[in-house]
Structures are given as structure tokens and as C-alpha cells.
Design a protein around this ligand. Structure first.
Ligand SMILES: C[S@@+](CC[C@H](N)C(=O)[O-])C[C@H]1O[C@@H](n2cnc3c(N)ncnc32)[C@H](O)[C@@H]1O
Length: 565
């Protein structure tokens, strides 16, 4: 008597298994990386390939029972080994469909399949026993293929290597969960690129033998988009915690008051509340806490008021006036006009001119980015120049540094009258070589320089105002003189890490100006009759752009420059 065989697998799943076998045979490590993370630099892809190898293609199928499943797969040319229980996929399905893990039976089967180079890889089949009441899971998962992935196995995993691989891949794909499978003693990290055009390469798995709990915890945390968004949405809390620490002079007092009672007395703060602030500052990496003792980290040191590199004034500006103008960002985006004027009643510079204490804080805060200036004095050779004119030079920090580094050089600092008052003390050391000139750069600039500086000025203004400032410079500069423009440059494309991107929004809110790309500056300079010669990198993502007048026939006295700063 012949029995009728009832297939354990739906035709749809058999077709998916066959497609997965074909995908395996069409690929190897290089092609998987090229397809899954095409945006990674070639060097980074090669580095990943040195440590991880194409291991398997995985899919989730939905048999009614495990009985007869290996035989059924064998009939379609897929010879699987023994089944091990799934931990990670089972838990993911449980939380995705709100079904208790106890009600889910998920196993892992592996079948050897050669990749396109003939190297043995595996087809990894997650099988979930699917009674009729769980059929909705099968339908949904077949449709969206959420558990499909392509996997790389890390050859000799250790925590440091794994951290590096994870960092590299997250530059191109988002973390997408993972877990530890105690049955197999393996850790898996998933990555996802939801927008990837090819569904076969939307998910990548990094599988390592061994257990890496802290790395896995980080990966899991970052996998939760909600957590990531919360962190971003509350960024202003960090701004305020740092500003509060600066206002309370907590970084100054910590040096002599490492414990809370002493610190509360010195800062005049409520001790339990201060304890909470200190805990947050510790989490932010500003304070180091060991038992009952607190000290400053390297970051925290920068918030002291008594150091040459102090950034305290910046903390007060970002947590004070700039914080208030940023609160009206929506309005600035709607109107295209800076919110600072709306919040404070007048433009940034007019407001500063009417409030000497605020102007002083602002000029101190500009000087807090001194690392940029150190790059200018280190990288630019002023030896062929006799006079440097710093147009809108603020409190004179840059000019002072240039004159101290070049004892034969003379300087002219030109700015609005209220700014010159603040500059006098900073320039005291070089007073015999400096002339302070009050003025308005839309009307005139001194005409006696060999080198002109426009440092962090153009980004305060819109294109029309920049053309006016540059035209005033071009009109007044001697033909041989060189113009140095110091600004952050927006990336011409991509590179979301550039500081110029957030600072562009800062300029939108606070001055009505903007950050620009190098080609944008090149065009503005050309409109005013300048040729951009080059742009050299400075610290803190800034650049110094060298320009000369287009009508300059003899460049004889333009100072030569050292190589990159
Ligand atoms: C962002 S600060 C830059 C200061 C300095 N160059 C630096 O890099 O630290 C801009 C400067 O432009 C000056 N400024 C604004 N309007 C001006 C004008 N019409 N003429 C001359 N200077 C002006 C301000 O007083 C301020 O010192």
C-alpha cells in the first residue's frame, strides 16, 4: 500500500531555500562586502575581509512540524546536519509578535554549500514550528524577510578586534540587535540597511565564537532606534549641565574640594541636587568619580577658568544666549532670518555692542577655540611680510599670537570700537608693534598690510554682505598683499562628521550667516576680484584659505608657506 506524503514545507519556503542556495553560490567574502556595505572606503572593506570570512546565508522557514523536515530538504538537494535550538531569533520573534518564547519552537539547521570560489560555506536555516495559530508570523516574515541575512564569521575573535569591526560596519549600516547562543557558544551582531536596494543584502551578521557581554550590550542599546533618538533629543541637557557646572565654577572648586560636602559649600549649592549634577557630569565624561571623591577628567579640565585653554566662556555662551536663540530654531528655518535678533531685539553684534559684559564673554569664548590659531602660527610663514592687518580681529587673540611668533612683524587690528577696548589688554605684550583701528569693514580697511586676515568673519554674513566685505578688502589691499580667510568648510558632499554642519545651524540662529563649502568661498572671492590659491586644514575642522587679488601681476612679497599645518 502506498502512503501519500504530505509536504512539511510550503512551496513558498522551498522556493526561498532554493534562492538562498543560489545566493551563496554567487558570492564570496569580497562580493558580499561590496554588495552589503558599498559606502565603506575600500581600505575599510579590505580590513574587514582580512578578519572575517563569508560564512553563511540565512533564512527563516515555517514547517508545520520538524518531523520529516531534513528529509524534505534533502529531496530539494539540501543536506542538513543535526538541529540546534535557536536563542536569538526565537527571542526576536517573541518580542516582535508578542508571543511568549515558551510558545515558540525555533531550531537551526545547517547545510554545507560552496561559495563562488568553491570554499565551503553554509546555508543556515531557522525553522519555526508553525501551527495554524502562528501562520500570521509566517506570512509576515516571508513578506518582509526580517530574519534573512548574510553572515561573516570573525576568524580569531577578541573583544578589541570585534569592537573595531563593529565600529567599521556601523559607519555603513545600523546596529540591528544580536545575542549570545549558549548552545553554540557564539555571539552574533546584526546590522541593517533598511534602504538597501537589494533585499538580499539588507542585513549582515557578524558571528564570533565566544561571549562578549559588554560589546553585545552596547550593540543592543544602539540597536534600539528609540534610545538613540532619546539621546539626540536630550542633547540640550548636556549643554545645560556643562553650563551649570561652569556657572557654579564647579571645575575650579573641584581641585580643592574633591568631596560633595566641601564642593556644595564652595559652590553654594544644595548638596543632594549637586550630587545628581555630579553624577550626570560623570556620565558625560566631565568628572571622574571614585567612591566619594570627584576629580576633573581631561575634558573637565578645559572648563576651569584659570587655564590658557579654558573653554568656560564657551560653555556659558552655548548654555546662555546661544541656547536661547537656538530655542527659536524653527522660527529661523521658517523665516530664513536669525532668531537671535527676535529673541534679544537686535542683531548679535549690535546687541553685544550695547552690553559690554556680554561682549567680553563673547570675545573670550571666541578665544576659546585657540587651537585653530595655534595652527595658523605654526603653519603659516609670515617672514616675508612687514605688516599684518587683522580685519574684524575681535579681542586680538590671533594677532597677538602671530606677533609673538614673528618678532619683526607689525600688526593692525581693525574692529568695531567696543571690540577694540577688549583687545587692548590681550595685545599689551606687543603694544609697541600694534595699531588699533576702529572701523567698519563695509566701508574701508587699512591699506598698509602685506597680509590680511579675515578670521571667522565671513560666516557671520550672507553672500551679499560677504561680497561687500571682500570688495572693501580688494579695494584697499595693496596689489601684492595676500588674504587669509579662516573658516570651517562644509563638505562638498557626504561626510556627516564635519563640525561645519552643526555650526551652519548655529550661524543660522545667531548671526544670519552660514558655513560654506570651499567652492562657495572660491566663487565669493572671485566675485570680489580674488583668486583662491589653496585651502589648508587647521585644528577643530577649520581651514585657512589663501587668496590674492586677480589683478596682482607681481606676487613678489607674498610670503611662502610651510607645508600643511
Ligand atoms: C566672530 S567674531 C571674529 C573675531 C576674530 N576674528 C576671531 O576669529 O576670533 C566677528 C568680529 O566681527 C566684528 N564686526 C562685526 N561687524 C563689523 C563691522 N561692520 N566692521 C568691523 N568689524 C565688525 C565683531 O566685532 C567681531 O569682533
Amino acid at each position: 500500500m502506498t502512503s501519500i506524503r504530505i509536504p512539511v514545507l510550503a512551496a513558498a519556503d522551498i522556493a526561498r531555500v532554493t534562492a538562498a542556495v543560489a545566493l551563496l553560490g554567487d558570492n564570496d567574502t569580497e562580493s558580499v562586502l561590496a554588495a552589503a556595505v558599498p559606502s565603506l572606503e575600500e581600505d575599510d572593506r579590505a580590513a574587514v575581509a582580512r578578519h572575517a570570512t563569508f560564512d553563511h546565508v540565512a533564512l527563516l522557514i515555517f514547517p508545520e512540524t520538524f518531523d520529516g523536515l531534513p528529509e524534505e530538504l534533502a529531496r530539494h538537494g539540501v543536506e542538513v546536519g543535526a538541529m540546534t535550538p535557536s536563542v536569538v531569533v526565537r527571542e526576536r520573534l517573541s518580542s516582535r509578535y508578542a508571543v511568549p518564547t515558551a510558545d515558540l519552537t525555533v531550531g537551526i539547521l545547517r547545510a554545507p554549500v560552496a561559495d563562488r570560489s568553491g570554499r565551503q560555506c553554509a546555508l543556515e536555516i531557522f525553522a519555526m514550528v508553525t501551527p495554524p495559530e502562528l501562520e500570521h508570523i509566517a506570512e509576515d516574515e516571508r513578506r518582509f524577510g526580517r530574519e534573512n541575512h548574510i553572515a561573516l564569521a570573525v576568524r580569531q575573535p577578541d573583544a578589541v578586534l570585534l569592537r573595531g569591526l563593529r565600529e567599521t560596519i556601523t559607519a555603513a549600516m545600523r546596529p540591528d540587535g544580536g545575542g549570545y547562543n549558549g548552545y553554540e557558544n557564539s555571539t552574533v551582531l546584526y546590522f541593517r540597511d533598511r534602504q538597501h536596494a537589494d533585499p538580499d543584502f539588507r542585513r549582515l551578521e557578524l558571528i564570533s565564537s565566544g561571549r562578549f557581554p559588554s560589546l553585545l550590550a552596547t550593540h543592543q542599546r544602539e540597536s534600539c532606534s528609540g534610545t538613540e533618538l532619546l539621546r539626540l533629543m536630550t542633547g540640550a541637557w548636556a549643554t545645560q549641565a556643562i553650563a551649570a557646572a561652569a556657572e557654579l565654577r564647579l571645575p575650579d572648586h573641584l581641585a580643592t574640594n574633591p568631596d560633595l560636602p566641601g564642593l556644595a559649600a564652595a559652590t553654594g549649592a544644595d548638596q543632594p541636587s549637586l550630587a545628581r549634577l555630579v553624577r550626570y557630569l560623570t556620565a558625560l565624561g566631565i568628572v571622574d568619580t571614585s567612591g566619594a571623591r570627584h576629580s576633573l577628567t581631561d575634558l573637565g579640565e578645559l572648563l576651569r577658568s584659570d587655564t590658557a585653554e579654558s573653554m568656560r566662556s564657551l560653555a556659558l555662551m552655548y548654555g546662555g544666549p546661544f541656547y536661547r536663540s537656538f530655542a527659536a530654531l524653527t522660527e529661523a528655518v521658517r523665516s530664513g532670518e536669525e532668531s537671535y535678533a527676535k529673541v534679544f531685539g537686535s542683531h548679535h553684534f549690535a546687541h553685544m555692542a550695547a552690553d559690554p559684559a556680554l561682549a567680553e564673554l563673547f570675545h573670550q569664548s571666541m578665544a576659546a577655540s585657540n587651537a585653530v590659531f595655534a595652527g595658523v602660527t605654526r603653519g603659516i610663514d609670515f617672514s616675508a611680510a612687514r605688516t599684518v592687518v587683522d580685519v574684524a580681529g575681535g579681542n586680538g587673540e590671533l594677532l597677538a599670537r602671530i606677533l609673538l611668533a614673528n618678532p619683526a612683524l607689525r600688526g593692525v587690528l581693525m574692529d568695531r570700537p567696543h571690540a577694540l577696548a577688549a583687545a587692548e589688554s590681550r595685545l599689551a605684550e606687543v603694544a609697541d608693534r600694534v595699531t588699533l583701528v576702529p572701523g567698519d569693514f563695509t566701508e574701508s580697511v587699512p591699506n598698509t598690510g602685506d597680509v590680511y586676515l579675515l578670521s571667522r568673519v565671513l560666516h557671520d554674513w550672507d553672500d551679499a554682505q560677504c561680497r561687500t566685505i571682500l570688495a572693501t578688502c580688494a579695494r584697499n589691499m595693496p596689489a601684492h598683499a595676500e588674504l587669509l580667510v579662516i573658516e570651517r568648510l562644509l563638505p562638498e558632499s557626504g561626510d556627516s562628521g564635519s563640525l561645519a554642519i552643526p555650526w551652519d545651524i548655529h550661524m543660522l540662529c545667531n548671526t544670519g550667516g552660514r558655513e560654506r563649502t570651499e567652492s562657495h568661498y572660491r566663487a565669493l572671492l572671485a566675485d570680489a576680484g580674488f583668486e583662491l590659491l589653496d585651502a589648508r586644514p587647521l585644528p577643530l575642522d577649520a581651514h585657512v584659505m589663501r587668496a590674492r587679488r586677480l589683478d596682482n601681476g607681481a606676487v613678489g612679497r607674498v610670503p611662502e608657506q610651510r607645508d600643511t599645518v
